[in-house]
Design a protein around this ligand. Sequence first.
Ligand SMILES: [Zn+2]
Length: 287
Amino acid sequence: MPELPEVETTVRELRKKVLKRTFLDVWTDCPKIIKEPNDFKQFKSIITGKEIKSVYRKGKNIIFSLSADFSLLIHQKLTGHLLYGKWKKQGLIWKPVVAGPIASDPMNRFIHLIFLFDNKWQLALCDLRKFSKVVLAKNEEIKEEAKAIGPDPLLMTFGEFKKIIGQKNAKIKQVLMDQKLISGIGNIYSNEALFEARINPKRPASDLKEGEIKRLYHSLTKILKKSISVQGESFSDFRTLDGKKGGFDVFIKVYRKEGKKCPYCGGKIVKEEIGGRSSYFCPNCQK
Ligand SMILES: [Zn+2]
């Protein structure tokens, strides 16, 4: 699932490509991903003619602020990613017409939603498993919905982070991934940050000492920033807006590395379910 660095990568690229563009048309073969309005015809009639004023990120959500006080929210969920390119419909399939990674990487071929802009370019949602969520609504409604999303770890001071962590009795791994408490962190970056901070993911959050919370805060922000600087991870399906893989995979130390050697102590990395999600850690280094 795209997490904070991947969504941030997409948002930064979108700002270079789609600001001031006007939607001319939209197509989908999967209306269920459009949660609001739940009638595709209505969705199409509202978005047509709207101009993109700004693009921003809230947690793992991409939000386009549009003319006439509307906003378009896209959550890419498990396997979605946005692509900016040119496609032509052949039968039931949209074929890319420009050579490059969008055309050559098979992970970019699951096109289920396409917007056409006034410059003839298109924005496509590629989603293998079709779990993405798209909402088109008035600004106030989107803002109201966004209120349930916790603060961003990159905009948080250590004091704010400590306050959130210190009050929770749940396991630290689950606290990090709870979007209502802190937004944008999923399974990859929670595992990596806890490893870097040498904290066992099963520890109750409220048990952590000030020094440990400090280590975690610094590890987390360092890893997120590093990943943004190399355009995120592409372990599975995430691709950048132009269809390329992100560069963070080589920096991953524990995620999906069970049985491999810990880069610090040489011991074995283990995999364990915590709160229903696979967790990867070194029991020797992470106490
Ligand atoms: Zn170790």
